[in-house]
Every structure is written in C-alpha cells, then in structure tokens.
Design a protein around this ligand. Structure first.
Ligand code: NAD
Ligand code: DAU
Length: 332
C-alpha cells in the first residue's frame, strides 16, 4: 500500500480515513471525489500536500477512472450516495454512483490487477426485531430495505462476482452507523446537535425506538487499515463496536450533554420502510485481524463530537438551512 486511491475521500468517512492513513502509514494518497453536496474540501485542507492529491470527477467515468487506477497499487472505494431519506425521494443518483460507479471501478481494477477494498454497510442485511437476540454476521442473508441499501447490496454482489469469476484481489467490509467529525448535518447525530445549537428541538422519526449500532469514524478507519494490511483476499469483514442504542436514548444523552432537559425533543413523521434495528457481530475482524475499537465509551465520543460541532459552526452552517427546508417539506 504505497500508492493509495481513495474514492469518496472528501466525504465524512473518506476524509476521516484519509487523515488516519496520512497519520498512521507512509502511503501517498489520491482522492477521487465528485464533490457532491456531501463532500468537504476543508476536511482535507490541512493535510501535507506532498502526501495527497485531489482529483475531482465521477467514479462512473471510465475514461477518468481507468488511467487513475492504473497509477495506483491499492484502491479503497467509499464513493457513494449515502442518505436513506434522499434515496426515497430520488433513487437515480444512488443507482448511478453506487451500482454503475462500482461496476466502472471493478472493470479498471480487473484490467490493471490492482488490490481493491470495497466499503459497504450493515444495511444490506435488512433489519432485526428489537427483541431478537441475534446480530448480523458475515453469513446473514442479504435483505436490503431502502433504495440506498439495495444499491449497496448490488455493489457488494458485483464485487463478489468479480472476485469469483475474474480472480479480483478484493475484500469487502460492512460497517454499522458511524459518528464523529465532518459528518453532514443531514445525518441523525449532527442534525440533532446542530438543532440544539440553533435553539431548536431534536426530531425523532416515528416513535424513536429504532436501534442503531454506533461506531466512531476513527475506529472504522483503523478497521479498514487492518483489512488492507492483514485481510484475506475474497473475504468479507463486519465492522462494529458493540454500540447499540435506541434513537431516543441517543437524543436524551445529547440533550443532557448539551444542558437541556432530556425530554425536550419532538416526534415527527416516520421514514418510509424504516429499518427497526441494526446490530453487528464483529468477532471475525477482532479474532482474525486483531482489531479493537479505541472509542469504547460512547458518551465520551459523543461529547467530543458535540464540542467539534460547537467549534465548527462556520463549516456546517452553510448547509443547515437547505437541509432543514428539505426535512420541513416532509414534516420531518
Ligand atoms: P458521504 O455521503 O459523507 O460521502 C460520500 C462521498 O462520495 C462524498 O465526498 C461525495 O462527493 C462522493 N461521491 C458521491 N458520488 C460520487 C461519484 N459519482 N463519484 C465520485 N465521488 C462521489 O458518505 P459516508 O458516510 O462518508 O460514507 C462513505 C462510504 O461508507 C459509503 O460507501 C457508505 O455506503 C459507507 N458506509 C457509511 C456508513 C455511515 O454510517 N456513514 C456506515 C457504513 C458504510
Ligand atoms: O448502518 C450504516 C448506515 O448508517 C450507512 O450505510 C448510511 O450511509 C448512514 O446514513 C446510516 O444510515 P441510517 O439511515 O441508519 O442513518 P441516519 O443518520 O439517516 O438515521 C439514523 C437513525 O435516526 C435512523 O433510525 C433514522 C433516525 N432519524 C434520522 C434523522 C435524520 C431520526 O429519528 N431523526 C432524524 O432527524
């Protein structure tokens, strides 16, 4: 891993991952990113210019992707449309980027025999009941619910087919919900933090009893490096940090950390097809690759995230008004 190409490296997890790689390895990084609404050049701005290049473009553009892949020894693929709510409003960019973009990348990686790691989501497995003792494992059948998760499932299947049919040197990871610095204000935790910072109330979809399994983005990054360095080709690794919490509990904790009454939230219109619960069993990653999460204290990680959004208002404020207008139009 000397010359690393990171697609979607200007997004939330991509930027955290690139920062982690620059700090913890000697790799030189090229970011390929279309710079959609979800991207942030600022998240990469302070990195050493001799370690990182930014190429602005579409992962579904074969003419751009082919020579770029040829110039690297490893590709980490994060570029995607990622917001479930938006995928319900307009699935088209999800199909184009997540499915066609991944296909385009696979063709180039195959042609130039470059190592690929494909970053995916636990949502490909659908959801679990609140009282189900089971968690997702690498053997759980695929059962995606939303247009977003269906396109990510499709991209995973493409990668597996290219491994089996063409001997592609690829691995896949499916991770649970990330939180941390540089996450767009459309997503649950940054939305609620910035609502409180703007003097409004957090908004829970439906009854707010849905459960997500939270992991700090830095721990996702360290898992990706472990898979790149020690993962077995053709394998899938589930990434999670035992962080199951209901949306209600997360909002109550946030309100407490921010000095507001714990019940000072609103219940709003539910998401169509809302997945009830995600939960990751990450034993394979831990036992096989010796990975451990560093942020085992969710309250401390959340408190750090609140502080970060407090001190980065100039970064998120320009996106807040349009984001909230779109939610308001849907009664959310
Ligand atoms: P994000 O929406 O914050 O960032 C996505 C990035 O991809 C943006 O920089 C965007 O400009 C770029 N992009 C979008 N379309 C592109 C295209 N056609 N060509 C090139 N670049 C394009 O997303 P994120 O939350 O950082 O997620 C990154 C990856 O991790 C995604 O593949 C996602 O499915 C996966 N993932 C996310 C989570 C999570 O909790 N956020 C959890 C598990 C897996
Ligand atoms: O599980 C991994 C996935 O996590 C990733 O693949 C996705 O890219 C990422 O967006 C995330 O998907 P979710 O749909 O779980 O995340 P979101 O932040 O949109 O919502 C988290 C939970 O909070 C979900 O149950 C919906 C709920 N929610 C969300 C918002 C924005 C609310 O109750 N209120 C809100 O305002």
């Amino acid at each position: 891993m000397d010359r690393l190409l990171v697609t979607g490296g200007a997004g939330f997890i991509g930027a955290n991952f690139v920062r982690h790689v620059i700090e913890h390895t000697d790799a030189r990084v090229t970011v390929l990113d279309k710079l959609t609404y979800a991207a942030s050049r600022e998240a990469l701005a302070d990195l050493p210019p001799d370690r990182i290049d930014l190429v602005i473009g579409d992962v579904a553009d074969a003419g751009l992707v082919d020579p770029l892949v040829a110039a690297h020894d490893t590709v980490v693929h994060l570029a995607a449309e990622t917001h479930n709510d938006s995928s319900l409003d307009d699935p088209t960019p999800f199909v184009m980027t997540n499915v066609v973009g991944t296909f385009t990348l696979l063709q180039a990686v195959r042609k130039h025999d470059v190592r690929l790691h494909h970053v995916s989501t636990d949502e490909v497995y659908g959801d679990l009941a609140l009282d189900d003792p089971k968690r997702f494992t690498e053997d759980t059948p695929y059962r995606p619910s939303s247009p977003y998760s269906a396109t990510k499932a499709g991209s995973d299947h493409l990668v597996r087919a290219w491994v089996r049919s063409f001997g592609l040197r690829a691995t896949i990871s499916n991770c649970s919900n990330n939180y941390g610095h540089w996450q767009h204000v459309e997503k649950f935790i940054p939305r609620q933090i910035t609502e409180v910072l703007e003097g409004r109330r957090p908004r829970l979809y439906g009854d707010g009893r849905q459960v997500r399994d939270w992991i700090h983005a830095d721990d996702h990054s360290s898992a990706l490096v472990a898979i790149l360095e020690r993962g077995r080709i053709g394998e899938t690794y589930l990434v999670g940090a035992d962080g199951e919490r209901s949306n209600r509990d997360v909002v109550r904790l946030l309100l407490r950390l921010m000095g507001r009454p714990e019940d000072d939230f609103e219940l709003v219109n539910d998401r169509a097809g809302h997945d009830v619960r995600y939960a990751i069993e990450s034993g394979k990653l831990r036992l096989e690759l010796g990975w451990q999460p560093r942020f085992s204290d969710f309250e401390a990680g959340l408190s750090d995230t609140v502080d970060w959004y407090r001190s980065h208002r100039q970064w998120w404020a320009p996106h807040k008004r349009a984001t909230e207008a779109a939610y308001a139009a849907k009664g959310q």
